[in-house]
Design a protein around this ligand. Structure first.
Ligand code: MG
Ligand code: MG
Length: 248
């Protein structure tokens, strides 16, 4: 069941989204060679709680941390740890925040120091595919229009979109209906109506789309060991077009 949100609920989600955005900005500025992902996690939890919010991920199905930190060939769901970042790594950071009972969810992939041209191009293409997807978040379109926008942009550049993980509706719960795949045919799937709020999150692999689970039961890696990037925004469908809730 797709739960549509009132204007007042979307305002609450905007406040949660601002905390997510501020947290990601703070983390992006802190990422550098020598920093551990556990340090980033502590900074994020302090930031979120100091804004009167709760880190949604902590305790979610037993997840132990406030952020997901997924370097290089890890696609998503990395548990922060004592391993330090190296020059040339890329790091996907995913943040979820609950404020006034509503959730905001957003992710970015950032370079650690100087990165290869290939890594930079992958991040840029993934971010752009999210922008194209957001453009499709309009009344009367369908979820498949979002999915297709990501897939078409990404595959034209020789990358692949992960199939086994998808975006989602979001509201009081982090994961609501509908699922929002990053692949699919335009004109298919649920019709978009004002009040729907979607977390759109392309996960793009430099190589093939197949994934492999890590030993901790959380981390998801590219099976072929190639780099992966991840960008996500929480977006409301409104009568005035798409409204991104997880930015300034
Ligand atoms: Mg997320
Ligand atoms: Mg999400």
């Amino acid at each position: 069941m797709i739960i549509r949100k009132s204007a007042a609920e979307i305002e609450k989600m905007t406040r949660a989204g601002r905390v997510v955005h501020g947290c990601l900005q703070m983390l992006a500025a802190a990422v550098r060679p020598g920093v551990s992902t556990a340090e980033l996690d502590r900074m994020a939890e302090d930031y979120i709680r100091s804004h009167g919010a709760v880190p949604t991920f902590k305790g979610y199905r037993g997840f132990p941390s406030s952020i997901c930190a997924s370097p290089n060939d890890m696609i998503v769901h990395g548990i922060p740890g004592e391993t330090v970042l190296d020059e040339g790594d890329i790091l996907s950071i995913d943040v979820g925040v609950t404020l006034e009972d509503y959730v905001g969810d957003s992710a970015i992939t950032v370079p650690v120091g100087e990165v290869s041209e290939e890594a930079f191009a992958l991040m840029a293409a993934t971010r752009e595919s999210l922008g194209r997807a957001i453009e499709q978040c309009r009344e009367g379109n369908r979820v498949g229009d979002i999915s297709h926008a990501v897939q078409a942009y990404v595959e034209e550049r020789g990358y692949s979109v992960v199939r086994s993980l998808v975006g989602h509706g979001i509201g009081r719960d982090m994961h609501e209906d509908p699922q929002v795949p990053n692949f699919g045919a335009p004109g298919k799937g649920p019709r978009l109506v004002a009040g729907m709020v979607l977390a759109i999150e392309p996960m793009v692999n430099a190589g093939r789309y197949e994934v492999e689970m890590g030993d901790d039961g959380w981390a998801v890696y590219t099976r072929d060991g190639t780099l992966s990037a991840h960008f996500e925004h929480t977006v409301a469908v409104t009568s005035n077009g798409p409204r991104v809730l997880t930015e300034a």
